[in-house]
Design a protein. Sequence first.
Length: 302
Amino acid sequence: MENKNNVTDFILHGLTQDKKVAKVCFSVFLVFYATIILGNLLIIITVKTSEQLNSPMYFFLSYLSFVDISYSTVTAPKLMYDLLVEKKKISFVGCIAQMFAGHFFGCTEIFLLTVMAYDRCLAICKPLHYMNIVNKHVCGWLVAASWMGSFVHLVVQTLLAIQLPFCGPNEIDHYFCDVHPLLKLACTDTYVIGVIVAANSGVISLSCFVFLVVSYAVILVSLRTRSSEGRLKAIYTCTSHITVVVLFFGPCIFIYMRPSTTFSADKIVSVFYTIITPMLNPLIYTLRNKEVKNAMKKLWSR
């Protein structure tokens, strides 16, 4: 089929068409977004200014907070704006850019969470050699590899979406532009592209999740030889990370580890990994971490 594109903009259905519910949702998401910005900025500033938080774990945590701010900013402001307006429009270029940025920061978060699991595995299983293995140089390379891996992923996704012909309709049953809703609107057979998308996004999510499960299985096995106090301390350290992983990877695998189909629950599930998880990350990592709380108290006292 000749690649013709008669669509210059898209109409988003948003989360709800009910005006009263939309106003309530706007207030809720405004609080959520403010919490995301303030909470993650606080973590970044605390890690950067505290001499106590100089371990690799906090180095990765500061980058995770930056990615959380960026990732939520891709969708949350547009979502809140659309809750207040009647016609929820987005240009074709804006739609592709939103999808581009969303997959970039989302995939980076997946890789960073995987790197953090690798870091915890080495810290608990090889404590004597940990600082030599995961030095500043290695930390920098791991973060750079996360950014580069995400860039390769999004190039594939974006190239697949850009070459699709759109000749109408132009209504997206979602609150942001994503690959599956766009495939549904393309006026050509998208089965092969859908399989490639599932292989690209789904396999990355699933393989990283399997790596995470294996990492924590290794940690649990290594804890058998530790004292009860050592086991509790290690489990306490990993619980926060496991909580974040479940909240983020569960919805991602549900959305992307399948053919190019859309379900009514997709919008609610997407809220979890685009807004809820970035909001909970600062709370999970600070409320359960004495070192971070003490560093924040010192920062506040200044």
